[in-house]
Design a protein around this ligand. Structure first.
Ligand code: PGA
Length: 262
């Protein structure tokens, strides 16, 4: 990663409701992407092929929101990593808290990370505590999630990893619930420290992009990125809102002009 490169990931989750709306949304967003911001859209798997085919050549990269934990076999309803690769996905989100809430364990997350990297996909690995306790238990949770996901990730594979720090309690709410930039910065430092130890002090760990996600809106985007000192943002519900998402892109691209709410 170039030092200073910024990222915005749009996690469309289970929206929009039709492919026509998905195309409309994409077409409205695409012209507003600032040059310096690497933008990755994660549409629902059902829309992926159509969007990717139609918009190849735009500056947007496309990824999937999940893959299955086995490479191949009889697994009804699942999306395999080879399919993801074949269909033109460059990125895959793994370990999102909404999937963990459906029973995805640290072990399953690790399996998916290993499979995705072996298929040359860039992994956007989500970690985040369910709640913030006053004894610092959340720090141990973050460490466990991170180390178990990276258990078989070699140093040379690390360049294909991005980490999305998403405190679960801050997801899907509003600006008032997003994390304070100082706390985001503390989490970033912790993640860098864990990576530094895990990869035996190699300085390249400082190039692993770390994003923040959880109730990102235009009003807090600047503070989260520039005071929180993250490399970018993972945007959920606001990535389905053209005005909000293009505003967030603009803010991240320009270094933040929007009035701060903190
Ligand atoms: P949110 O979602 O921006 O709607 O909080 C973030 C996410 O779930 O990735």
């Amino acid at each position: 990663m170039n030092k200073g490169q910024k990222f915005v990931v749009g996690n469309w989750k289970m929206g929009p409701k039709s492919i026509a709306e998905a195309k409309k949304l994409f077409m409205a967003i695409a012209p507003s992407i600032p040059r310096g911001v690497r933008t990755i859209v994660l549409p629902p798997t059902l829309y992926f092929y159509e969007l990717r085919k139609q918009y190849t050549g735009s500056s947007v990269l496309f990824g999937l929101q999940n893959i299955f934990s086995e490479r191949e076999g009889s697994f009804t309803g699942e999306t395999g990593v080879l399919m993801a690769q074949n269909i033109g996905a460059t990125h895959v989100l793994i370990g999102h808290s909404e999937r963990r809430a459906q029973g995805e364990t640290d072990e399953l997350v690790a399996r998916k990370v290993t499979l995705a990297l072996a298929s040359r996909l860039v992994v956007i690995l989500c970690i985040g505590e369910k709640e913030r306790d006053s004894h610092g238990e959340y720090l141990a949770i973050l460490k466990k999630q991170l180390l178990s996901a990276l258990v078989s990730v070699t140093f040379s594979q690390l360049k294909n990893i991005m980490i999305a720090y998403e405190p679960v309690w801050a997801i899907g709410k509003g600006a008032d619930f997003s994390m304070k930039p100082g706390d985001v910065h503390e989490a970033v430092l912790l993640i860098r420290k864990i990576l530094h130890e895990r990869y035996l002090g190699k300085k390249e760990v400082f190039s692993v992009p770390i994003l923040y996600g959880g109730s990102v809106v235009p009003e807090n985007a600047s503070a989260l990125v520039y005071k929180g000192e993250v490399d970018g943002l993972l945007v959920g519900h606001q990535s389905l809102d053209v005005r909000a998402f293009t505003e967030i892109l603009k803010i991240v691209g320009k270094g933040g002009e929007k009035k701060l709410v903190f």
